[in-house]
Write a protein that binds this ligand. Structure first.
Ligand SMILES: Nc1ncnc2c1ncn2[C@@H]1O[C@H](COP(=O)(O)OP(=O)(O)O)[C@@H](O)[C@H]1O
Ligand SMILES: N[C@@H](CCC(=O)OP(=O)(O)O)C(=O)O
Length: 364
């Protein structure tokens, strides 16, 4: 038995006039049902809320402004879930809706909660259907694309495989309409992507084209999870474990899920500027960040927010969840914790960023 996260794009589920395509949705549900019958756990990450809301709202194309996107998502998400519930019920399977925002998975308490929600749903044999909570997500807190969301969910649920389904049957050496472009069957490392052209955007309803899919594949494979990228028509074949589309091999090992979200999903609210000693302490010794090694603060943030940690040269060397508000930090800069506690009391006996809440992105 294995655990699979399947992500399906808007273009594979909806018609150009902004409605759900019932046949294609049913085909996907059949494929997922087959995997469940074999005993596999499946989490479905489904896009299509905005695209499926266009028709009912009489919108001719994907709106550009956030408020109308949110309204379309609100209508479309309900329509999608209604069809999924109906189709899965015909196979004797129950579905559970999970709508996530970035905060749900980066803040410590919320993250644990999301993890437990998935564990319980899977234990009960339910097929979780995940999307971003588009209706409440503002531009600052948005993932914006479900490819990366799926990679992070795959890591969160300890998946054995991530399947990315699109309207194209795999990654090509250049846009599939370019003469001479060829399907790439296997990607073992970044070196195999050298010279591959993924710049051209995809369908009118999809968001990221190949760029976000390759990025998602990088996140998942770096965390030890293989990825298969293929078309929705090939869903059953991919779920049966047969070679199809493009397979990305794992390049790294599993690490703390919450920190993976922090590095790849969160939008930082500001930055904390470090001196050379602090950079060395973080990158070489895995230490926590103390006020003594901080030279400045940028932006407005509250305790608990994700921030960039910036080296003297300007490079972002890490991300972390900060334990102080941006208004509190300036008076603490360069001071030892003992000195701060002596003046301000035991409440101030905390690291600016604890090492457990910190992800080093690059070593100088
Ligand atoms: N090198 C490439 N190989 C395959 N597809 C590519 C490539 N470069 C760009 N694309 C485009 O990316 C599209 C898939 O992305 P997108 O439309 O966002 O899909 P989805 O809605 O499934 O997320 C393909 O249909 C294709 O037009
Ligand atoms: N959350 C959005 C989808 C975002 C997205 O990544 O779309 P797609 O590129 O079609 O996978 C929605 O449901 O409309």
């Amino acid at each position: 038995m294995s655990r699979v996260v399947v992500k399906v794009g808007s273009s594979s589920l909806t018609t150009p006039d902004g409605h759900i395509d019932p046949q294609r949705l049913a085909g996907l549900v059949e494929a997922v049902g087959g995997a469940r019958q074999r005993g596999d756990d499946v989490v479905l990450v489904s896009s299509g809320a905005i695209a499926a809301g266009l028709g009912p709202l009489g919108l001719p194309e994907r709106p550009r402004d956030l408020a109308t996107q949110q309204a379309a998502a609100s209508v479309g998400q309900g329509a999608l879930m209604a069809q999924y519930s109906d189709r899965f019920a015909r196979l004797g399977l129950a579905v559970g809706q999970v709508l996530l925002t970035v905060d749900d998975v980066t803040r410590r308490g919320h993250y644990r909660n999301a993890h437990q929600t998935f564990a319980k749903l899977l234990e009960l044999g339910i097929v979780p259907i995940v999307n971003e909570n588009d209706t409440v997500a503002t531009s600052e807190i948005r993932f914006g694309d479900n490819d990366r969301l799926a990679a992070l969910v795959a890591h969160l649920v300890h998946a054995d495989l991530l399947v990315l389904l699109s309207d194209v049957d795999g990654l090509y050496t250049a846009h599939p309409s370019e003469p001479g472009s060829r399907l790439i069957a296997s990607v073992a490392s970044d070196a195999d992507l050298a010279g591959v052209d993924i710049a051209r955007v995809g369908s009118a309803v999809g968001t990221g084209g190949m760029v976000t899919k390759v990025e998602a594949a990088r996140i998942a494979t770096a965390a030890g999870i293989p990825v298969v990228l293929t078309s929705a028509q090939n869903a059953a074949t991919a779920l049966e474990g047969q070679a199809v589309g493009t397979r990305f091999e794992p390049t790294g090992k599993r690490r703390s899920s919450r920190l993976l979200w922090l590095a790849h999903a969160s939008q930082t609210k500001g930055a904390v500027l470090l001196d050379d000693g602090a950079v060395r302490a973080l990158t070489q010794r895995g230490a926590s960040l103390l006020a003594a090694g901080i030279t400045g603060v940028d932006g407005t943030f509250s305790a608990g927010d994700p921030v960039d940690l910036v080296a003297p040269g300007g490079g972002v060397i890490a991300r972390g969840l900060v334990n102080f508000d941006s208004t509190e930090l300036p008076s603490l800069l360069g001071r030892s914790t003992a000195d701060i506690v002596a003046e301000l009391g035991p409440d101030y006996d905390r690291e600016v960023v604890h090492r457990d809440d910190l992800m080093v992105l690059q070593r100088p």
